[in-house]
Design a binder for this molecule. Structure first.
Ligand code: HH2
Length: 284
């Protein structure tokens, strides 16, 4: 199993990838306002790389439930200086841009990002597919019902697993027609994006049924509110270990990329799980 990013091909066989979240926003649900200053963002990014993150995912617009949209100019102002500084300080680091705006993706790719993480699954901006194809970028294609402003009002599905899988199949076809290499794509079920607790659990239970076109999955559960709902806590700090538990579960179910805020703890969970998953079978 491989992931193709421009001239780079990443082998996804033995090790899953950890993607550290770097939100350069005032209002992200768990780290909003902490990394708005480019210097603070770069320091946190370097610390996550040092802790073992394989990729940094930079976002300049919060997509938490109820979030308002940010202008293209403002999003560019937030993320571009951080990408340029990271390129200078950690020239070999893999950078991803978390955006649904093609102009932001294009500028980020030119500045040195290699991956586009589009929570709209290429439906937000008609130019996005062309930008990804031309930049030969890796693409994380996520499912979302509705838009962040109102997606949690009353999410409804007949069969959430079938519908998300059908969405991936349709998006794979659209991406291929736009010239995107299927090997550049990872799918993400978009936990918490237009989904109730029951929808999230159904998707997590059925991860192995979501691999449209045989492409592997990325997953973002880090510190999300459904963890607090299950465990009966509103506190963000109480969501780190539940995230770690799901990292281990998801890796065992074949997920190849985990998007997390807490790199050290999730890396330990991955490496423990992989020691078991990759161990020789008895009798070999
Ligand atoms: N979740 C968030 C943002 N981007 N991208 C992918 N592919 N998958 C996810 O699950 C995902 C995502 C939301 O988390 P966060 O970035 O921490 O918060 P905010 O959107 O408030 O900035």
């Amino acid at each position: 199993m491989h992931w193709r990013l421009a001239d780079n091909t990443i082998d996804l066989g033995a090790r899953a990838l950890l993607m550290g979240v770097l939100n350069v926003t005032p209002d992200s649900f768990s780290d909003g306002g902490r990394f708005l200053d480019p210097g603070a963002a770069v320091s946190h990014g370097l610390a996550m790389l040092e802790a073992g993150a394989d990729i940094l995912d930079l976002g300049g617009e919060s997509t938490r439930p109820g979030a308002n949209e940010v202008s293209e100019k403002e999003e560019l102002r937030r993320v571009l200086p951080v990408i340029s500084l990271l390129r200078r300080e950690a020239s070999r680091a893999l950078l991803s841009i978390d955006t649904s705006k093609s102009a932001v993706a294009e500028a980020a790719l030119e500045a040195g990002a290699a991956i586009v993480n589009d929570v709209t699954g290429l439906r937000g901006d008609p130019r996005m597919a062309e930008v990804v194809a031309r930049g030969r970028a890796g693409l994380i294609l996520m499912h979302m019902q509705g838009a962040p402003r109102d997606m949690q009002r009353n999410p409804r599905y007949h069969d959430v697993v079938r519908e998300v899988r059908a969405f991936f199949e349709e998006r794979l076809q659209a991406a291929s027609e736009a010239g995107i290499d299927p090997e550049a794509i990872l799918f993400d079920p978009g936990i918490g994006f237009g989904k109730t607790l029951e929808h999230n659990l159904a998707l997590l239970q059925a991860l192995d049924r979501l691999r449209a076109g045989g492409r592997p999955l990325a997953l973002g559960v880090s510190r999300k509110s459904f963890l607090g709902k299950i465990l009966g806590s509103e506190e963000l700090e109480d969501r780190v270990w539940p995230t770690v538990a799901l990292t281990s579960y998801a890796r065992e179910r074949g997920v190849v990329l985990l998007r997390v805020h807490d790199v050290t703890q999730n890396l330990e969970a991955l490496r423990m799980t992989e020691a078991i998953v990759n161990a020789p079978s008895p009798g070999v």
